[in-house]
Design a binder for this molecule. Structure first.
Ligand code: TMP
Length: 237
């Protein structure tokens, strides 16, 4: 399968058409941004880590009964996926307080929740991805009520599977962001990526951050963190 015209270039990936109207090729870049593109940089090797790690997670989740857009890994950076229209919602699950949750509610990071939480952001760069609730999303026709219920069910299933998986690698899954898409036949599937760009990973013993927060917060050791989490996921392969 080969790349045809470029359909889209995002902050971290490019998407290409193929000769099959139902399939695309995503190509992962080393570009990193934060704060809605305000902070820009490069994380050397990130594209390879995020491509391979995302594909491993998608395969695992398919086995657990979560449908995904994943079709076939083509190379270090390129993957064939089903063509979907992205539901313009960022779906965020949290197990432990961190990031914008800690900031918004004035609590420290690291509080372990009794139950995971879910929230949605409206994917809209011009508006800065504002928080949105189910009712608003339905009112704006971003998704139907049934689609939102299904998305929630899948998101919690992803959390159950990934929390257990990462714990077996000595990693706490603090929180993560998912995106879902709709295929040409109307099915809702997990899309986008599951990577250190979109998840917070803390080492079980030391609480060391093994994710993009090292870039967002100028903590140093960014490439090493991506290498470390990748080494752990590939060791269990
Ligand atoms: P937050 O605490 O900044 O809201 O982030 C929650 C999770 O979502 C965290 O794992 C990082 C991820 N995330 C993205 O993948 N993309 C984004 O644009 C933002 C803001 C967060």
């Amino acid at each position: 399968m080969e790349k045809a015209a470029q359909l889209y270039e995002g902050k971290a990936k490019k998407v290409f058409a193929t000769n099959d109207p139902d399939l695309c090729i995503v190509s992962y870049k080393d570009d990193a941004t934060a704060f809605n593109g305000l902070k820009k940089g490069t994380i050397v090797g990130k594209g390879v880590v995020n491509n391979r790690m995302t594909n491993m997670m998608m395969r695992l989740l398919e086995k657990k009964g979560v449908p995904t857009h994943f079709v076939e890994e083509l190379s270090e950076r390129d993957t064939v996926v089903k063509k979907v229209s992205i539901v313009p919602l960022e779906v965020i699950i949290r197990n432990v307080s961190a990031g914008s949750f800690a900031k918004r509610y004035g609590v420290e990071e690291g509080i372990v929740f009794d139950e995971p939480t879910i929230e949605f952001s409206y994917k809209n760069d011009d508006l800065g991805d504002p928080l949105i609730n189910d009712y608003h999303a339905i009112a704006l026709k971003l998704a139907t009520k049934d689609e939102i219920e299904l998305i929630k069910k899948y998101a919690f299933k992803v959390n159950d599977a990934l929390k257990e998986y990462f714990l077996s690698l000595g990693v706490k899954l603090i929180d993560f962001k998912l995106e879902f898409g709709k295929t040409s036949d109307g099915a809702i599937v997990l899309a986008d990526e599951i990577s250190p760009d979109t998840c917070r990973f803390w080492d079980v013993k030391t609480n060391e951050k093994l994710d993009k927060d090292r870039f967002r917060r100028d903590l140093g050791g960014v490439e090493d963190a991506y290498k470390e989490i990748f080494a752990r996921v590939t060791k269990g392969e």
